[in-house]
Design a protein around this ligand. Structure first.
Ligand code: NAP
Length: 289
């Protein structure tokens, strides 16, 4: 069934997601802060919105923005979507506290938190994993939309912030895996075992998960550009994990290490580098690279 959907935030992820909603036959009205990014979507049949509020006049409005500040501006700022009739579906990786505020301050349409796992290539292929939380009836309404952007949706509860906790935990675990692989690869390499050999053995035996394979390849090939997910956005996420851990009084010593290594990667390589470059900090620390 065709739905009237607004889509706000046409960055690396959002442009592909909006495009897949169009491909699935939905009527999609788009808004982006930098107006130039709208053109490619208009060519595919999207409608241009004059403001975020203008994009939120249909049944659902989806947001896919960088960080908490961007979401606050689009929701509560001038001509924001707060108070509009649409159900707000937030796909951005944002903090637990903001998700609570968005749920509490939701307009008549309600609020669903639905962060995603998968990089831009997965977004383009409509192969994202959607982690969704909110009222069951609201989640039901979103089902055709989630099916258009992803391969599978996990419902993790009625309270929207639950989805953000799952997403942030996942991103922390990705960085922990990158740290572990970078340390093991550096140890192997300095002892005369090529990184590729180590990765092939370990992903073929005990560590066959997608994260080890995908990020392991990036590390072996020192492939840090073009970024699918930038290190500054990764650093933002580790800050959100820390805020949640602090609020719940959970010590996370490993978090401090991976956050520092992201800072090192940005300081050495610049703002445009992929977050997997956190592994560089380990190599450099051992005198390699
Ligand atoms: P991106 O390419 O940097 O795009 C960011 C989007 O946010 C752009 O549309 C940008 O508008 C908009 N924006 C930033 N600040 C804004 C503000 N103050 N007001 C209005 N719009 C603003 O980022 P991305 O890689 O698509 O990531 C988007 C979100 O998805 C992030 O929360 C990220 O953590 C999450 N995520 C990313 C990946 C990934 O692999 N890339 C995977 C899963 C989740 P402009 O065009 O004007 O700059």
């Amino acid at each position: 069934m065709m739905m009237k959907v607004g889509f706000i935030g046409l960055g690396r992820m959002g442009a592909a997601m909006a495009s897949n909603l169009l491909a699935a036959g939905h009527e999609v009205t788009v808004w982006n802060r930098s107006p130039g990014k709208v053109a490619a979507l208009l060519d595919r049949g999207a409608i241009r919105a004059a403001s975020p509020a203008d994009a939120a006049q249909g049944e659902v409005v989806m947001t896919m923005l960088s960080d908490d500040q961007a979401v606050e501006e689009v929701v509560f700022g001038t001509a924001g979507i707060a108070g509009t009739p649409a159900l707000h579906v937030s796909h951005s990786t944002i903090g637990v506290a903001l998700a609570e505020r968005l749920a509490d301050g939701a307009g008549p349409g309600g609020f669903v938190s639905a962060p995603v796992f998968g990089r831009p290539a997965a977004a383009e292929a409509a192969q994202l994993f959607v982690v969704a939380a909110g009222e069951a009836s609201a989640l039901d309404r979103c089902t055709p939309l989630f099916d258009a952007i992803g391969q599978r949706t996990y419902r993790v509860g009625d309270a929207p912030p639950a989805a953000n906790l799952v997403k942030l935990s996942g991103n922390f675990m990705i960085m922990a895996a990158v740290e572990a692989m970078a340390e093991a690869m550096t140890l192997a390499e300095k002892g005369g075992v090529p990184r590729r050999t180590l990765l092939d053995v370990l992903t073929g035996t005990l560590f066959g998960a997608p994260i080890y394979k995908t990020y392991g390849d990036f590390l072996v090939e020192d492939r840090f550009r073009p970024a699918g997910f930038t290190a500054p956005l990764g650093l933002k996420d580790m800050g959100l994990v820390d805020a949640a851990a602090s609020a719940s009084r959970v010590p996370m010593p490993l978090l401090g290490i991976v956050r520092d290594h992201l800072r090192t990667a940005i300081a050495i390589e610049g703002e445009d580098v992929d977050w997997v470059a956190a592994g560089l900090a380990v190599r450099r620390g051992a005198g390699l690279g």
